[in-house]
Design a binder for this molecule. Structure first.
Ligand code: NAD
Length: 371
């Protein structure tokens, strides 16, 4: 196994913690990557099989995402090694023990991630008074229900349109993964005249050249039915969404869905990455060579963490959504301007801008902002 120090560089990680509470069988890790801009925010993942280096990479991704979003927060990530589908009472005991172990780790603010949700964040908050992604009753802003990430993605798309010569009115959109991010992005884009020609979930793809009714699709999903039950569309397998001819392709499902092997199947002008790392770096390079604009995930899908940070600072839902719109528009434009001027892929420009912001924040801190 690679040591976490193999990944270390001038930005971090600042701290790595192994947590063991034998009485409740808790085994967990925390990586605080960088706190120069402020306490780190990052999700608590509950899964049996995440390596320390993967946790460190996810923490770094949060440092860059939070810096790109211009938040007063660094990046961190934690993992509780357990099956997220365990009985609720056992899960509560583990999460509460985990929170207790982090009582003095004030440079880390926990948020929901794969395997944890707002109920888990409520338990963390009850133990140590420090978490984001809380239920509304505790001052939370229900970001998945409201579509914070989809809202941000829609603004990133709008800011990108001039860079790929597109008009939103009549633009054909295909969405892979009709969950929280995919549905809300489709909803916001359709409201401004885009035509949702394709949508998929884990069970299949539905295509309709004249456009799909987003509300009707959402109704199907809320009944637990697949998108392929949509009556007027052509149904096919889940991977067929990749071949749908469109202007804007939105991956909002899983990591690594577009690789060097299938990147040439994409027939689109703009890829707006809602999921985390849906494209391999090789695939992004191939798309760049073909003149397809790929908006990097950590720029385009920051709506959720912006909402969480605004919640932490006591903002209202309206203020949070205004901040998401402003930040995503500004940051997408800045990244694409730099990429265009320097003829480099958008990700290269985004990473450079985010790293530069972290470096500047570190220069203002006595210990470089390390914990
Ligand atoms: P979700 O569980 O609500 O939705 C995921 C959707 O993807 C589901 O409809 C599922 O059926 C579908 N799916 C799964 N496998 C698929 C496949 N092989 N092909 C097509 N569809 C498939 O999850 P979400 O909250 O919408 O998150 C989607 C992605 O975006 C995840 O990668 C997540 O990490 C990332 N993300 C989410 C947020 C957020 O605010 N929720 C923020 C940033 C990034």
């Amino acid at each position: 196994m690679r040591d976490v120090f193999d990944l270390a560089d001038e930005l971090g990680p600042a701290k790595v913690l192994h947590i063991h509470v034998p009485r409740v069988g808790l085994k967990a890790i925390l990586v605080v990557d960088n706190v120069a801009a402020g306490p780190s925010i990052g999700g608590v993942r509950m899964a049996p099989d995440v390596s320390l280096t993967e946790c460190a990479r996810l923490a770094r991704a949060m440092t860059l995402k939070n810096a790109m979003a211009g938040l007063p927060h660094g990046g961190g990530k934690s993992v509780i090694f357990a099956d997220p589908k365990m009985p609720a009472a056992e899960k509560e005991e583990l999460v509460r023990a985990f929170a207790g172990a982090l009582r003095h780790e004030v440079q880390y603010i926990a948020g929901p991630d794969m395997g944890t949700n707002e109920q888990c964040m409520a338990w963390v908050h009850d133990e140590i008074g420090r978490s984001v992604g809380l239920p509304r009753e505790l001052g939370g802003i229900p970001l998945d229900q409201l579509g914070a990430t989809g809202w941000g993605l829609a603004h990133a798309v709008k800011a990108a349109l001039p860079f790929c010569d597109l008009d939103l009115k009549g633009a054909r959109v295909a969405v892979q993964g009709f969950g929280s991010v995919g549905y809300h992005a489709a909803r916001f884009l359709a409201a401004e005249g885009a035509v949702i020609v394709g949508a998929s979930d884990s069970r299949g793809t539905v295509y309709r050249e004249k456009g799909l009714d987003v509300a009707a699709l959402s109704q199907l999903k809320s009944e637990g039915r697949p998108v392929t039950d949509y009556r007027q569309g052509e149904a096919s397998g889940p991977d067929d969404i990749i071949d749908v001819e469109c202007d804007i392709w939105i991956p909002a499902a899983r990591p690594d869905v577009i690789t060097e092997q299938n990147a040439e199947h994409l027939q689109t002008r703009l890829v707006a990455q809602g999921a985390n790392i849906p494209l391999t770096s090789g695939a992004e390079e191939l798309l760049h060579q073909r003149g397809v604009l790929a908006l990097p995930d950590f720029v385009a899908n920051a709506g959720g963490v912006i909402c969480a940070a605004m919640e932490y600072h006591g903002a209202t839902q309206t203020a949070a959504f205004d901040a998401i719109a402003e930040k995503l528009t500004h940051n997408t434009t800045q990244v694409l301007k730099a990429a265009t001027e320097e003829r480099i892929p958008p990700r290269a420009a985004a990473v450079r801008i985010a790293r530069e912001r972290v470096r500047k924040a570190m220069a203002t801190r006595r210990w470089g902002g390390m914990v």
